[in-house]
Design a protein. Structure first.
Length: 153
């Protein structure tokens, strides 16, 4: 049986705020979960980047790390931030999440390219710092896309 985010238990019925995905109550509940998942995803991404960076150039390391972490991030936010369980719609959500991935990839790749132009011999610590800034910007875009498009109710 496929589970959905619909509750059959009256004690778990959504509040008036929760019934509208744009409602303040829902957003206030979603933000802490999104932030925890975002921090964990960023640490995962940075770890993957640092490991990949040992054997490939910065752009390839970024692509690998971001692709792997984006799939995990979308799946975790689907379940924990937006309360969607089961496999129904999972592929569509991942494909829509790919838009957020492309935006994040453009931001992080842009930072790495600018860094290469401005400081061609920058340390890996400086690279990671630039990626943290790019990831922060991408996170805001990712939340908005997920809230109003990918996981809208």
């Amino acid at each position: 049986m496929v589970s959905t985010n619909e509750s059959t238990d009256a004690s778990e019925a959504p509040s008036a705020d929760d019934q509208n995905s744009a409602g303040t109550g829902t957003t206030n509940r979603q933000i802490p979960s999104f932030l925890v998942i975002g921090v964990l995803s960023t640490l995962f991404y940075l770890g993957l980047y640092v490991v990949a960076r040992m054997v490939v150039d910065p752009q390839v390391a970024n692509l690998i790390a971001l692709a792997v972490s984006a799939v995990a991030n979308t799946a975790a936010n689907r379940r924990f931030t937006f309360g969607i369980t089961g496999s129904e719609g999972a592929l569509r959500h991942q494909l829509q999440g790919a838009v957020a991935f492309v935006i994040g990839l453009a931001l992080s790749s842009g930072v790495l390219a600018l860094l290469d132009l401005a400081a061609p011999h920058a340390s890996k610590v400086v690279e990671v710092g630039g990626l943290i800034v790019a990831n922060g910007l991408a996170t805001v875009v990712r939340f908005l896309l997920m809230k109003v498009w990918v996981f809208k109710k």
